[in-house]
Design a protein around this ligand. Sequence first.
Ligand SMILES: [Mg+2]
Length: 392
Amino acid sequence: MKIIKIETHVCHARMRNWIFVKVLTDQDGLFGWGEATLEWHTRAVVGAVEDLSQLLIGEDPTRPEHLWQIMFRQHFWHGSGIVRATAIAGIDIALWDILGKVAGLPCSKLFGGPVRDYVRTYCHLGGGRMEDFYETAVDEAKRFGDLACQAVADGFTAFKSMAVPPTQPIEGLKPIRAAEAAVRAMREAVGESIDIMVDCHARPSPAMGLKFAHALEPYGLYFLEEPCWPESVDGLAAINAAVSTPIATGERVTNLASFRDLFAARACEICQLDLTHCGGFTEARRVAALAEAYRIALAPHNPQGPVSTAASLEFGFSQPSYIICETVHADVPWRQDVVQEGFTVEKVGRIVRPNTKPGLGITINEAEVKKHPFQQELLQRVTYKDGSVGDW
Ligand SMILES: [Mg+2]
């Protein structure tokens, strides 16, 4: 069996261009789907997939580990930068989809699963609708409460918000009080049986992250995400040590050695590896094994498209320490037209029952994808009051 072609199919989904990767084989009708979405870097990833495909044409697709080694180690430059790690991931996920189809088994069973009966999911405030999640101002506390109620009405038992504003390296009480008010409004709106997460988007400095973490501690967050830059491993470790709120990070970490540094410093309690950015299932399984040694939980980053979600779920059904799957369901109204999924979502509690179809269990409707060709993603520029550049 040989790989004969690797294609990218770009689907513009408002905030992101989903990059679907299709690996075709010389066997009639046998192909695999992966995803390599990297917002604002779509052209670069599409080019990287094309570059990598030169190494893989003619190779046996049922050897994903071997092909991962080829993609990561050849030629000379290791594949740990975000663009190439994402391209490798898209191809790697598609190879495992093929392997599952050849074996007649869901990917989770190839990995030794299933280890649980269902996977719990969480949503973004507003279901991932760009304006609700990213553009609700932190001083609109009531709006946070209203959107929180909506998430619960939609069946979710957990949701994530962006209740921490962009701040300069040191600021006074105002942003802290605004974040507190937003989180208090959500907690008061939904009670204590619902899990609330706050994503800081790595906006704060370690010093500001520590202040936010202390201020939000009384509200019992399920986790506090990226309270400072992922590069500030010591800052993350200091925050994680200072509060009982579990610190989550890892969505921008692309390789095993960097995860080792994060875990060894105890810089998080929850690892948010992104299957589409850290080299696909092949590298993610190594990261998960390493996390297991530290008893660090897994909650993969997944605000991307439907292939990424299917991959995250297959991973979740095979990993004992996987706690919850990130989902967006209202980013574009035609999401379900693009994909047919093998798993089922129960409306009450938004839990997912396992896929029983081979591989990822998904079918991508290529005609629907073609209706949404590439468009430049909306540029997101953050500047502080004085005109200096901030983090989005
Ligand atoms: Mg995040």
